[in-house]
Design a protein around this ligand. Structure first.
Ligand code: ADP
Length: 458
């Protein structure tokens, strides 16, 4: 174990089970091995009398500290303020926000309760890394409880424009929450610019010459750290999955276009289906020779906006299939279920085109997974929305405006016909970047920056 203080990671959901998996677990493995520490998060249990508990497991380099939520907290803190206020707002859908006083009250309440539990467990030199939008007020609540440790935040979703923040009933309070952190990590330079714009607009904030900001007594550094995948491991998984399992049954000469997304309104799925219909309409030569496989598992179904998007998509796929299908060809195969990871990796590799067209997305890891999964000798083509954070690093994809259906349809036509030389050149450039800036690079660079901040005013 090194001299560095312990790492305390806080995320909404704690990775559970004896052998937890997921991007963040991989990302933090080395850091926990080096410094030891605790991972804090909700237990996934809803209890009338919520409890908290530590557990450690011989195979894990971190202790776990979990806490339960009440039903009311689950509804108001998680489904309410986090997923019916912050999620839509941060994804440019203020119109879908549902604001209720009790949402905010329990959002504050859960964060304050967590801060109380956590404050008494901390050592003086612990470094605290808070993950994502469920926990924005945590640093301020910890500061109120007397914690002066380094505290960093990473936002996995886009940071909103000043104009959107004005739509929050508690916009002042929201900005104050950021003021508890030493380091705010965002996915892209675009997000950093938006955050600095917010500080610039405030009389009580000052932008310092080194690019950081001062809000009240707190100096806040804002930097981009694009989140990533375990590129080499995913590439291996895709190669072995493709070798060992059959993919989608295709007719000779038929090509697969593939999309994989949680069924979320931010993912632009109706636009994607419409653009595919536009391709079929304007490029008669591909009719019968291209299938769109869309895998979109349900998510947050207790929130009304998610029921609406499901209905819309089912209607749309039915309409398009009704208009174009024939006895041997179904243009859209829409699967409303999760698919095991290894299976997904093999399917990505089979797909000639990866279609990633969110209307707003913090990063979009599917774009990175699709590229990592390709056969280097015969890679497919990634079509990527300019509105995904990944576009900032993945300029060698076919970048598109997902609102422009004709442009997306033309990009599909181009990708389906792209010569192998161009496909390989684009893949090589993209893969270089993904191998260089992988998930370990992400966590290492963030933690180096967090451990390096000097507390207090410069
Ligand atoms: P978000 O975090 O908004 O869901 P990302 O694209 O960043 O979007 O990450 C989604 C992750 O979920 C990816 O790792 C992807 O492989 C996984 N995923 C998405 N849809 C499915 C599915 N149907 N089955 C299995 N995994 C999925």
């Amino acid at each position: 174990m090194s001299e560095a203080g312990r790492l305390i990671v806080v995320s909404n959901r704690l990775p559970l089970g004896p052998n937890p998996s997921g991007g963040l677990v991989v990302a933090l493995k080395d850091a926990f091995h080096e410094a030891g520490g605790i991972w804090v998060g909700t237990s996934g249990r809803i209890e009338a009398r919520p409890k908290q508990r530590f557990d450690s497991h011989p195979g894990l380099a971190f202790e776990r500290f979990s806490f339960d939520l009440t039903q009311k907290e689950h509804e108001n803190y998680y489904l309410g303020y986090s997923n019916s206020v912050l999620w839509p707002l941060f994804h440019g859908r203020a119109d879908l926000m549902e604001t209720r006083p009790e949402f905010l009250e329990d959002y504050r309440g859960v964060n304050a309760r967590l801060a109380q539990m956590l404050a008494s467990e901390l050592h003086r030199d612990d470094v605290i890394w808070v993950q994502d939008y469920h926990l924005l007020p945590l640093a301020q609540a910890l500061r109120d409880a007397g914690v002066s440790n380094r505290i960093g935040f990473f936002l996995h979703i886009p940071f909103p424009a000043l104009y959107d923040i004005m739509a929050l009933p508690n916009s002042e309070e929201f900005i104050g929450w950021l003021g508890g952190y030493d380091l705010v990590g965002l996915q892209t330079r675009r997000d950093v610019a938006r955050l600095l714009e917010v500080f610039r607009s405030r009389p009580d904030a000052e932008l310092l010459p080194d690019g950081s900001a001062k809000l009240g007594e707190q100096r806040i550094e804002a930097r981009s750290f694009p989140v990533a995948i375990d590129t080499a491991a995913f590439a291996r998984e895709a190669a072995s999955a493709a070798a060992s399992r059959p993919g989608v049954a295709l007719e000779p000469g038929e090509q697969l276009i593939m999309g994989v997304d949680r069924l979320d309104y931010s993912k632009g799925l109706p636009n994607r289906f419409k653009a595919f219909a536009r391709l079929l309409e304007t490029h008669a030569e591909v009719n019968g020779l291209v299938t769109l496989l869309q895998i979109a598992p349900p998510t947050r179904e207790a929130v009304a906006a998610y029921q609406d998007i499901r209905t819309e998509l089912e209607q749309l796929s039915g309409q398009i299939n009704g208009a174009y299908a024939d006895l041997t060809w179904t243009p859209i195969r829409y699967i409303h279920r999760a698919v095991p990871r290894a299976r997904l990796a093999g399917l990505y590799r089979q797909a000639a085109v990866g279609l990633v067209t969110p209307l707003a997305d913090g990063m979009n890891l599917v774009a990175k997974e699709y590229v990592a999964a390709q056969d280097p000798d015969n890679p497919g083509v990634l079509i990527l929305s300019d509105f995904a954070g990944a576009a900032e690093q993945m300029e060698d994809a076919l970048l598109v405006n997902p609102f422009d259906l004709d442009q997306v349809a033309e990009a599909m036509a181009r990708a389906l016909k792209m010569p192998k030389g161009e496909r390989c050149a684009r893949y090589d450039a993209l893969m270089d970047g993904l191998l260089r800036e992988d998930i370990n690079w992400w966590s290492r660079s963030y933690l180096k920056a967090l451990r390096g901040v000097s507390r207090g005013l410069s």
